[in-house]
Design a protein around this ligand. Structure first.
Ligand code: BGC
Length: 463
């Protein structure tokens, strides 16, 4: 949308636009289910198959490997199939992958099934934020994309709760298989979505694009100007790879997206998402307590996401990130220190749990939602698919590294040092945010693009 267009008041946002975004954000739900479901299942899988921690790391991270590959293919698919059909394909693979996980008869088949599940989620995590950034009116863009993150956290919570319920019988097959149901519902929902108007324009389907914009914006003048704006930008077609080779400014925005996702993953959040029961075990809790505390982690993650949603378009992105990285560093630092000293008393146990929850709050109110938001905002239109593709792949590759190394780190350098390591990384990320991250609050995507292409410093492209 042109920066001169006066945005309609938030109350006038068309219900269709909200509905569209909510539905697309359901992709986040699948993402969350996928992340959350393995934590509670691990000890039962390990027991049934009699496998080592190393093998368990393989099972956990096979999904992230699949997701990285899925995100890689998603760039091509989202251009040629479109955003909507990429989401549909993701949903279908999700249903198949989760059923296969539930039926797996050996560690190897479980690993293969987790790769399929990962492919699904890689596709969806690429297409959904792209879709959201393209259909959300700009003045609520931040909040819309945070809704996506909210759905991720709800998915994680639902998976943790369902794991807890099934843990009493130890039925890990049900834990892993049952998420096919929400996957199927998502599939039904996504079939109702309109295609992204920007994508339609890109494919030369102007009439349809105008039709969708009318449904989304409901104001002829705004629709015309938005359509004209998109057309103007599309005069130079999507050519991410070439742009990457030729244009230094684009390389900078791609680099920033990659860095942002790297920072998000190396906060250590997924260490807790995948291995929370194990962490509570090291604090001295039995299985039932481990599962319930894990559910509490999930609930905290959901609730703290509302802080981000409330603040993102008001306070802006950077201050929230500063606060988040600081809180995470403190939370993990203290957990490490408690583990170092030995958690002997009940009070010490509770305090350590509380500090882990503080860490979760820090992530959920900041890096969780904001990184996805920023990554979809900073790329110029003609390289947006490529740029978001690179950052999404980074998310999954780093996610895989985190998942693949945690148990080995615990076994190798010890519990305390592992948490201190992640605490230190959060301090580094705080500094990198000050130095490199732009403030994009209330700025049009077009303005950000102009600034970037004029060669402004990265941290100033939102001005
Ligand atoms: C991250 C995931 C993480 C989730 C936790 C997302 O933003 O990309 O890796 O598991 O947040 O809520």
């Amino acid at each position: 949308m042109n920066s001169n267009v006066i945005a309609p008041p938030v109350t006038h946002i068309k219900a269709t636009a909200v509905f569209t975004c909510v539905l697309a954000a359901l992709a986040g739900l699948m993402f969350g289910l996928d992340i959350g479901v393995i934590s509670g299942a691990q000890q039962f899988i390990q027991r049934d198959f009699g496998i080592s921690d190393r093998a368990l790391e393989w099972i956990v991270s096979a999904m992230m490997f699949g997701a990285a590959v899925g995100a890689l293919g998603a760039g091509w698919l989202s251009v040629h199939l479109g955003r909507k059909r990429s989401l549909i394909l993701g949903a279908v693979l999700f249903v198949i992958g989760s059923l296969l996980c539930g039926l797996a008869w050996s560690p190897a088949t479980l690993i293969a099934a987790r790769v399929v599940l990962g492919l699904a989620i890689g596709l969806a995590t690429f297409a959904a934020p792209l879709y959201l950034a393209e259909v959300a009116p700009e003045h609520i863009r931040g909040a819309m994309i945070s809704t996506y993150q909210l759905m991720i956290t709800i998915g994680i919570l639902v998976a943790f709760l369902s794991d807890t319920a099934f843990s009493y019988t130890g039925s890990w097959r049900w834990m892993l298989g049952v998420i096919a149901i929400p996957g199927f519902l998502f599939l039904l929902g996504v079939l109702l979505l309109p295609d992204s108007p920007r994508w339609l324009m890109m494919r030369g389907r102007r009439e349809e694009a105008i039709g969708v914009l009318n449904r989304l914006r409901g104001d002829a003048a705004i629709v015309e100007r938005e359509a004209a704006d998109i057309e103007e930008q599309l005069k130079t077609p999507q050519r991410g790879w070439h742009l990457f080779l030729e244009n230094r400014n684009f390389r900078r925005s791609v680099g920033l997206g990659v860095l942002l996702q790297l920072m998000q993953q190396f906060t250590g959040m997924n260490v807790v998402m995948y291995y929370a029961p194990r962490i509570f075990q090291t604090m001295g809790y039995d299985t039932a307590a481990q599962m319930w505390f894990t559910a509490l982690v999930g609930l905290t993650n959901v609730l703290a996401t509302f802080i981000a949603i409330a603040l993102i378009d008001r306070v802006g992105r950077k201050p929230i990130l500063y606060a988040g990285f600081a809180v995470m560093a403190i939370g993990l630092g203290v957990v490490g220190t408690m583990m170092h000293g030995g958690i002997a008393t009940h009070a010490a146990q509770i305090f350590t749990v509380a500090m882990l929850l503080v860490f979760i709050v820090g992530f959920a109110m900041s890096a969780g939602p904001l990184v996805w938001t920023l990554c979809s905002e900073i790329q110029p239109l003609k390289g947006r698919d490529f740029g978001i593709g690179c950052s999404t792949i980074t998310n999954w590759v780093c996610n895989m590294i985190v998942g693949f190394t945690f148990l080995s780190l615990l076994n190798g350098i010890g519990n305390a040092a592992t948490f201190w390591l992640y605490a230190a990384l959060n301090v580094v990320f705080l500094v990198l945010t000050v130095w490199l991250v732009p403030e994009t609050k209330g700025v049009t995507l077009e303005q950000i693009e102009r600034n970037l292409m004029q060669g402004k410093r990265l941290r100033e492209i939102g001005r």
